[in-house]
Design a protein around this ligand. Structure first.
Ligand code: ADP
Ligand code: MG
Length: 474
């Protein structure tokens, strides 16, 4: 391996790593070996043909960008595929395939940070121009067609379809889609935009993450262009803001959003919002804004049931052109229940593993992969999620759980939430206390000890702990 090839490749890798999810990076990029470089052509070795096809299908644009950054416009990529020689000759033989380097193709997995690359060029150049030309920032892969229907999402999906058919013309304005992590909020929000763009080409649609919106606003304030910022957003026909819970506590951004929202709403323009919480559970969002959120429809995306998980998996495999035995699909669907993103992640890593080791996809391999996924995700439980699970279990809402009341069953629920927050997250006692009803660290410590004691002495209480552990470690 020449040193320049590996130097170039290492730079590419760090760019790529910044732009995709860690799991995908590990699976698809770490196994690649840079072989040589000559005259702006980088030759990389991949473990199998499947690997090469996957890269071409999903990551060609990213690879291209990375390589062009390193080698300039006319950079090219050539794959070598490592193949086993089945007739005893130990030295591998390789097959060279030049990368198609197709341009203008979006990678299928547009991870959030990748989006920031295809940023709004300049949101402020617009005023005065009649035919507003802006990039909608929509991901065409997140279509309705690819969004499988199930009991868990029927309401949200139908409302989204209605809005896409008549943006601004239904009572679903705003449409708020809410639900837990990885349940399809972002997908559905894009699908609405994609469909509107298809039906009404002249409508200006913008998808933006609330975090990005906030950054833009802060920039605008710094540059003294707050009015241009507002003006730009008020010109849209359809505004899609993802993860509005991010606006919590950001009063300046909430204020400006309030004005934009009112303007759009009064003019019959469509607003679509997503959030990881229902409006009642959103904290540090101004009341006047919350009440606006409730004007239209709030539709919850729930955990998909087993049948829906199966059809999501099958659809994904079908689209990727991969075949896997039913019992393996069923195994994955049975064991990964809380999050569609992880469901897809598990399948992808299963395919990758089998391709990498040139092994068949067997139940044992599936078990291994699923175990890793389930283990990894345990650590990702959030304090919000714990509070939700505990309050659901005791049939109270999160506000009650956090309240100052000393009623015994509420105190117990609160203590259990603190105990599990300590057990399942890395948060400090102080931060746990702060998030669970603004208590101090001593209260949390006391709660943890109480739960420990009670689960020894009180049978009923031990059952609570066991039930909740199970719910939280799914
Ligand atoms: P959220 O924004 O709620 O965290 P996403 O919209 O990012 O979740 O969805 C996570 C992944 O799961 C995406 O790849 C998405 O395409 C997929 N997904 C979620 N729900 C469905 C569904 N009903 N059908 C097909 N794919 C889905
Ligand atoms: Mg999302």
């Amino acid at each position: 391996m020449s040193t320049t090839a590996s130097a170039v490749w290492n730079n590419c890798l760090s760019f790529i790593e910044d732009n995709i999810q860690p799991q995908a990076f590990k699976t698809w990029f770490l196994p690649i070996v840079p072989l040589k470089i000559s005259d702006k052509v980088l030759n990389i070795e991949v473990p199998s043909k499947f690997f090469y096809e996957w890269l071409e299908e999903h990551y060609v644009k990213l690879l291209k960008t990375a390589l062009q950054k390193e080698l300039g416009e006319d950079a090219r990529l050539v794959y070598s595929i490592r193949m086993e020689n089945r007739f005893g000759n130990k030295s591998p033989f390789t097959e060279n395939i030049p990368s198609s380097n197709r341009s203008g193709m979006l990678p299928q997995q547009v991870d959030a940070p990748y989006h920031s690359q295809t940023d709004l060029k300049n949101p402020f150049i617009i005023p005065g121009i009649k035919n507003l030309q802006i990039e909608s920032q929509l991901n065409p892969n997140y279509s309705f067609e690819n969004f499988l229907e199930g009991d868990s999402n029927r309401l949200g999906r139908s409302a989204a379809l209605a809005v896409a058919a008549k943006p601004g013309g239904t009572s679903f304005n705003p449409l708020l889609i809410f639900g837990g992590v990885g349940l399809g909020k972002t997908h559905l929000a894009h699908a609405i935009g994609v469909e509107i763009k298809e039906k009404y080409q002249d409508k200006t649609v913008l998808y933006i993450a609330a975090e990005k919106f906030t950054q833009q606003y802060i920039e605008a304030v710094k540059k003294n262009t707050r009015n241009d910022f507002i003006h730009f957003y008020q010109l849209l026909d359809v505004l899609i803001i993802d993860d509005v819970q991010f606006l919590s506590g950001k009063t300046g951004t909430q204020d400006v959003f309030f004005h934009i929202f009112n303007h759009l709403h009064q003019n019959g323009k469509q607003v679509i919002l997503t959030s990881d919480k229902a409006p009642v559970d959103m904290q540090d969002i101004e009341q006047r804004l919350l009440s606006r959120f409730k004007w239209g429809l709030s539709a919850e995306l729930q955990l998909p049931n087993y049948e829906t998980r199966i059809s999501i998996l099958k659809n994904k495999l079908y689209r990727d052109g991969v075949e896997i035995e039913d019992d393996i699909i069923e195994y994955v669907a049975k064991n990964i229940k809380t999050n569609v993103r992880e469901l897809e992640g598990a399948i992808i890593s299963l395919i990758a593993q089998s391709s990498f080791n040139k092994a068949e996809i067997t139940i044992d391999l599936a078990k291994e992969v699923v175990m890793k996924f389930v283990k990894n995700t345990k650590r990702e439980v959030s304090i919000d999620y714990i509070q939700k699970v505990v309050s659901d279990y005791f049939q109270m809402d999160v506000q009650t759980l956090q309240s100052k009341t000393r009623r015994r069953h509420i105190v117990q629920a609160r203590q259990l939430a603190m105990y599990f927050a300590k057990k399942y997250t890395k948060a400090s006692l102080a931060s746990i206390g702060n998030q669970i009803g603004k208590r101090d660290h001593a209260t949390v410590l006391h709660a943890c000890k109480t739960v420990d004691n009670l689960s020894f002495t009180d049978k009923q209480f031990r059952k609570y702990v066991e039930d909740l552990s199970q719910k939280l470690s799914l």
